[in-house]
Design a protein around this ligand. Structure first.
Ligand SMILES: [Zn+2]
Length: 328
């Protein structure tokens, strides 16, 4: 039998000097992106989400535990070393939100016991602590819901320290996709991570619209896009000689100009609210009609959401037209 590396559902590439992006091949073909940032001072491995936990994959894929992968699997873009050899670094897991394809890997990092801190948004803790089976989507998929406790509820614009040392990481509350959706900014690398708030439609590996669950909120979402754009512009203008901010999303898109993508997504949502984008198909989800908007077969983005959300947004913005703005 071959003694080569195990087959695995994870594929890692280097994003910048301290950060790697892992694409997970999962049972539902959501292909979540997991980001790993390695700190030497303080010694720490920051994980942005934990993927799908290997749920439902064929036994021919031998290595499906994210933790085992991080601690044992040689990564070519890391000089053929694992990202956390023998698990010497403690873990800080930033949960961009609690959907199944982002949290199913968490139990690997809590059992067997391991030095792990789990950070989530303080915007609406009950979304995570009350009825996680429904809110994570696990109940709908008929799969076990992971149990975990959030050890740190991070506030909007809070800067994060670990063992009293600044990580140069800042949290932004960005409710909309879900109430607990957050973004985090790595000011050292000038990279902003936005979870499932948006991403492009297609990569060589996967095709997926920006999706809203029944718990989404388009009014909050449009507000969060404005918050993100203002934050990006402030950072770009504050350090004009530095590189412009990049954005990494939790699917498909991992390094694009931050201001450009937020402005494009904002403009698309405005056109949808104004009724200018066709619905190309509709489905039923948990008893509600969900529509799929797409401007053309070559479109860069598409959006799938409960029809109720856009109807509420249309009503809200007809009463507050001054809030429906597009950055340029
Ligand atoms: Zn999600």
């Amino acid at each position: 039998m071959s003694k080569g590396p195990l087959t695995t559902c994870f594929n890692t590439t280097r994003l910048n000097a301290t950060t790697f992006v892992i694409r997970e091949e999962d049972f539902y073909n959501d292909q979540p992106l997991i980001y790993v940032k390695v700190f030497s001072e303080p010694p720490l491995l920051l994980l942005s989400d934990t993927g799908s936990g290997g749920h439902g994959l064929s036994p021919s894929i031998q290595l499906t535990s994210l933790r085992t992968y991080l601690e044992t699997f040689p990564v070519s873009s890391n000089s053929d070393k694992p990202l956390n050899p023998s698990g010497t670094l403690p873990y800080l897991i930033i949960c961009t939100h609690c959907h199944n394809d982002h949290i199913l890997g968490i139990p690997d990092f809590t059992t067997p016991k391991c030095d792990t801190t789990i950070l989530a948004s303080s915007y609406d803790p009950s979304f995570i602590t009350d009825d996680l089976p429904t809110h994570s989507g696990c109940l709908d998929l008929n799969i076990p819901t992971p149990t975990y406790e959030v050890s740190y509820w991070a506030h909007h614009l809070e800067t994060i320290t670990y063992n009293s040392v600044s990580l140069n990481i800042q949290i932004l509350h960005t409710p909309g996709h879900t109430p607990d959706e957050l973004a985090w900014y790595d000011s050292t690398e000038r990279h902003l991570y936005v979870g499932d708030t948006f991403y492009e439609l297609r990569s060589p590996f996967v095709l997926t619209p920006i999706i809203f669950p029944l718990e989404g909120d388009w009014v909050d979402y449009m507000h969060s896009l404005r918050i993100l754009y203002a934050f990006i512009e402030e950072q770009n203008n504050k350090h004009i000689s530095a590189l412009r901010l990049k954005i990494g999303c939790a699917h498909i898109t991992f390094s694009v100009d931050a201001a450009d993508i937020v402005a494009e997504v904002q403009a698309l949502f405005m056109r949808i609210i104004q009724g200018k984008v066709p619905v190309i198909s509709s489905t039923e989800e948990r008893g509600e009609t969900c529509d799929l908007w797409m401007e053309s077969p070559e479109a860069k983005y598409s959006v799938q959401a409960p029809r109720r959300l856009v109807e509420l947004a249309r009503k809200y913005f007809s009463e507050h037209p001054e809030l429906l703005v597009v950055e340029s």
